[in-house]
Design a protein around this ligand. Structure first.
Ligand code: APR
Length: 320
């Protein structure tokens, strides 16, 4: 069987880390694309030279030409710019919307059968726009947010309870931003829900509330420490888990920004919800029962995503 092909659009911090992880896991041959000349070629050369040391077989190439992503099975998009001081959210939206337009057109022309994972922020709006610009089926375009957000939540819960991260599962719904909804009731240590652990005296409501807050600010906390960029190791690892589920038809249940068509009372929006990812792309959207507090939180999050889309449509009338 021919090797799979993974195209990474954007060869910055996340793109480079994605390439390294995909090569180490031998997910397939890797094409790094970027508009910056030399950057994807340089990273591809450097990463190729990890092969003999780490013992992986993957052809890694860098390019500035969309033709080279032809036939990709999976495409992971990190192209764009991060918000800089003095830049409004609309400025950022305008710049990254243009990037999504060129990326969407590049994908449509060269790899329309790919499974596409978007990471570029603001995520819920960018994944929606990328889908619109590419014209790919909705079930083949998803956003990476929930795997990362719940990984952050799980990390903090594991630290709190003094247990292995392997035994923690956690749930985060909604948009990828301050309005995300970490769902405590569905977060467990080896199946024991966090509220029960509080009753057992393993933590307190106040401490869990602080963890929920820290999770929602998870990206911001890393940015304020790094000062020159945003998180890249965990975002890359999260997208690779999604790619593996698709390539291996693993049917993992992963929280992703998925296109909703009536689920959770939402129509034609990308919002973070648990989905099943297999060879068919997003094969199921799982609608879980929410308590009133989580429902209200999710509504705030949905409204924030809607507001972003209104702004996108204002900037690019072809989306209206
Ligand atoms: N086409 C392709 N690549 C582009 C384009 C474009 N139109 N515009 C910019 N890029 C490239 C840049 O040249 C840069 O190499 O995207 C890359 C982005 O890399 P970084 O700035 O290092 O950003 P990174 O940390 O990888 O994050 C990428 O993911 O989590 C989000 O908020 C983050 O939106 C950001 C994205």
């Amino acid at each position: 069987m021919a090797r799979k092909k993974i195209a990474l659009i954007g060869a910055g911090n996340i793109g480079g880390t994605l390439a390294h992880l995909a090569a180490q896991k031998e997910l397939g041959d890797i094409v790094l694309f970027d508009v910056a000349e030399g950057l994807p070629q340089g990273k591809a050369l450097d990463l190729s030279q990890c092969g003999p040391v780490e013992g992986f077989d993957a052809k890694i190439t860098g390019t500035n030409d969309y033709a080279d992503i032809a036939g990709a099975d999976v495409i992971i998009v990190t192209a764009g710019v991060a918000r800089k001081p003095g830049m409004s959210r609309d400025d950022l939206l305008g710049i990254n919307l243009k990037v999504m337009k060129s990326v969407g057109e590049g994908i449509a022309a060269n790899a329309p059968d790919a499974f596409v994972i978007c990471i570029t922020n603001p995520l819920d709006a960018m994944v929606w726009a990328l889908r619109e610009f590419s014209g790919l089926p909705h079930n083949k375009v998803v956003g990476m947010a929930g795997v990362l957000d719940s990984a952050r939540f799980s990390t903090f819960l594991a630290w709190e309870f003094g247990v292995s991260v392997r035994d923690v599962t956690s749930f985060v719904l909604g948009g990828h931003g301050d309005t995300m909804v970490p769902v405590v009731e569905y977060s467990t240590v080896k199946g024991i829900p966090v509220p029960d652990l509080i009753k057992m005296g393993k933590s307190t409501q106040e401490r869990i509330d602080a963890i929920v807050k820290r999770t929602a600010n998870g990206g911001g906390e890393v940015v304020s420490l790094l000062k020159t960029g945003s998180a890249f190791y965990a975002p890359a690892a999260s997208a690779i888990a999604m790619a593996e589920s698709y390539l291996g038809d693993q049917k993992r249940v992963l929280p992703c920004a998925a296109h909703l068509e009536g689920q959770y009372g939402v129509d034609n929006l990308y919002v973070g919800v648990p989905v099943v990812i297999g060879a068919g792309g997003v094969e199921q959207v799982i609608e879980i029962e929410l308590n009133e507090q989580a429902k209200a939180g999710l509504q705030v999050s949905i409204d924030a995503v809607k507001e972003l889309l209104v702004a996108c449509k204002g900037i690019d009338s072809s989306l209206a």
